[in-house]
Structure formats: C-alpha cells, structure tokens
Ligand binder design. Structure first.
Ligand SMILES: NC(=O)c1ccc[n+]([C@@H]2O[C@H](COP(=O)([O-])OP(=O)(O)OC[C@H]3O[C@@H](n4cnc5c(N)ncnc54)[C@H](OP(=O)(O)O)[C@@H]3O)[C@@H](O)[C@H]2O)c1
Length: 318
C-alpha cells in the first residue's frame, strides 16, 4: 500500500509514520519540510518526503491534483482545518483511493449532554475551530454515504508526548505549573478543580489510525475518539503531579473570573477554552469494540513521560 501522510512530521506523525512503515506500508510524507519528527526512528530512512505548502497550493487550486499524482492507495490528512480544504482534496481524490483518514478533534462535540460522550451524539461545537472540524466531519460522512467516498474520522483529545508541553493541571500550557507542583509551591486552580481534561499519548492516536486501516470495513464512514481510557479532574491531576516528586500539592481554588487575574491573559484564555469544553470526557468503547484499540498510556502515564522530557531539557525544574 502506498500511504501518504499529509503533515506527517508533527506530534502524531512522529509515531504514525514508523508504525505504518513497520506494518508494511510504502509511506510518503507531505510537509513544507520545516520541521523534523520529535523522536528519531530508523524507519524514517525508508520514507519518501515531498515538500509542498498546502495553503499556497490550495490557493493555486493544484494541491489535490498534486496529491493524486503521487498515486496513493491511502491518504491520511493530519492538517485539514476548513470545509473548502476538505472539499478540494476529496474532489481530486474521488475514485482514486482505497481509504482516506481525516484527523479531527474531540472538540467537534462542544456542549456535551451526557458523559462519557459517545461518537454518535449530536455535534454542538463551541468555537470556530470545533465548528470548522465538525463541518468537515459531517461533509466527509455525507460523501461516504452518498458517493461511497472511503473515509473515516479520528477524533483525538489533548495530544501528549515527549517534545512539547502537555495541557497542565490549570488547563493551559504553562510549564511553570509543573515546576511549582514539583517543588511543593502553591498553585491556584480555577473553580473547584473539578473540570475534566482528557489527554491521549500521540502514539495511541497513531495506533488508532493504523487500527482503522487494518479494520477498514468497520471503520469506513465512521468517527472514533482517540483518547486515554479515562479523563482527569484538574485537582486529581495536580495532586498526582506533585506526588511524582514526593511533594504535597498546595492547592487553592477561586471562581474563574477571580482566578484569571492571577495568570497571564494567554494562560487564562487557554484555560477558559478547556473549561468551557468540560466535561471533556470521551468514550473509547466504539474503537475498542470495532477496531481493537488498546491505548498503551493512561492520561497520567502519558503526561509523566512528557514532563520527564521537559525536566531533561530544563523547561521544568524538579
Ligand atoms: N494538538 C492537539 O492536542 C490536538 C488535539 C485534537 C486534535 N488535533 C488535530 O491534530 C491535527 C494536527 O496533528 P499534529 O498535532 O500531529 O500536527 P502538528 O504537530 O501541528 O504538525 C503539523 C504537520 O503539518 C505540517 N504542515 C504544517 N503546515 C503545513 C502546510 N501549510 N503545508 C504542508 N505541511 C504543513 C508540519 O510540517 P512543516 O511545518 O515542516 O510543514 C507538520 O508535519 C490537527 O488536525 C488538529 O486539529 C490536535
């Protein structure tokens, strides 16, 4: 199988591309060539790289044909963010592919009704990002039903791995929160610390993409959550991080509007984005049942690996 990964050198591609190579795929990665995978792996030596700028080539109307001309059997699209972008690619690839996998997000759900959230719940996205991803997902599933376009959508939670800062117990990306917890310093959490965050290790997202390909009859036309087995409350998350370092978490709690004055505007906005999506708590019963998805990492195991990397690189002080 010739498999193209559009945007294959990022968080997920770092793990997905080696998994595909090991599974026997002939892999082409399409990117602008600006960055390398986070973790080296010998399998990259057998990967073909094609340098394209999706945004520029879409503006010229050539991107879809450029991908088709590479003659893929399977396309994995990691970096599609607008309906127009999805439509452009689907129109070019229709009739030429065995499988098309779109990387979506759990945030297509937005305002949830019951938890854990299942893939079949009506979409009520909150912000622009979730609304655009939901529109792409709805379009692809419509194309699968109406025209037989062979697609599936993978919906990750907060992606974690060594090399970047995970979503922290304040529900933002400030690495100092880990340092303060490690050193037993006070940390303020918004509200009662009971909002949920649902992480996933990037390698488990990669696992789900590969499982979808390997169980294609069950995957086609469907959406699947890619998350760890269970979401975390902010409070329990903070306490666990402190305990890794033999510290006790000194936590205080404030209503969000008061709490936001204690952090930067950027951190407060990131936190709010995650709080308003709470309960961030997604079911993996469907991919477990249909695709034999078996996440290797709990949320805390995934975060711990990422925080170890931050300590080794002097970004977090233990
Ligand atoms: N991060 C999360 O927590 C999270 C959660 C849920 C869902 N998601 C979804 O995950 C997907 C992103 O996956 P990721 O986090 O693995 O990606 P990523 O780390 O952001 O990496 C992006 C990849 O795309 C390439 N790229 C960026 N702009 C490009 C362009 N204009 N033309 C061609 N290549 C381009 C990058 O390489 P170059 O820079 O070298 O081009 C890189 O290979 C998105 O669909 C997002 O909605 C992310």
């Amino acid at each position: 199988m010739h498999t193209i990964v559009i945007g294959g050198t990022g968080h997920v591609g770092t793990y997905l591309v080696p998994r595909l190579v090991e599974a026997g795929h002939n892999v082409t990665v399409v990117s602008r060539g600006r960055r390398d995978p986070y973790t080296p792996h010998g399998s990259w030596r057998s990967v073909h790289h094609v340098t394209l700028d999706r945004a520029g080539d879409e503006a010229k109307g050539t991107f879809g044909a450029q991908i088709r001309d590479l003659k893929p059997d399977i396309v994995i699209d990691m970096i599609c963010f607008t309906l127009e972008s999805a439509q452009h690619l689907v129109e070019a690839l229709r009739g030429h592919l065995e499988a098309f996998l779109h990387c979506s997000t759990c945030w297509v759900h937005g305002n949830t009704v019951t938890v854990p959230v299942t893939e079949d719940q009506p979409r009520r996205p909150i912000g622009d990002y979730g609304a655009r991803k939901a529109a792409i997902e709805a379009y692809l599933h419509r194309e699968a039903r109406r025209t037989g376009f062979p697609e599936t959508c993978i919906l990750p939670g907060h992606i974690v791995g060594p090399g970047w800062v995970p979503l922290n117990p304040q529900a933002n990306f400030n690495p100092d929160v880990y340092s303060r917890l490690a050193q037993g310093e006070p940390v303020a959490l918004p509200n009662a610390g009971q909002e949920l965050v649902h992480h996933v290790h990037a390698d488990d997202v990669a696992q789900l993409f590969v499982q979808a390909i390997e169980n294609w009859n069950a995957a086609v036309g469907e959406s699947f959550h890619a998350v760890s087995p269970a979401a975390l409350t902010l409070r329990a998350y903070a306490e666990a991080v402190a305990s890794w370092f033999g510290a006790k978490a000194h936590l205080s709690f404030q209503p969000f509007d008061a709490w936001r004055a204690s952090v930067s505007e950027r951190d407060a906005d990131a936190t709010w984005g995650h709080l308003e999506h709470s309960p961030n708590c997604y079911s993996i019963a469907k991919p477990q049942r249909l695709l034999d998805y078996r996440p290797r990492y709990s949320s805390l195991q995934a975060v711990r690996e990422a925080v170890s990397w931050l300590i080794e690189h002097d970004i977090v002080k233990a």
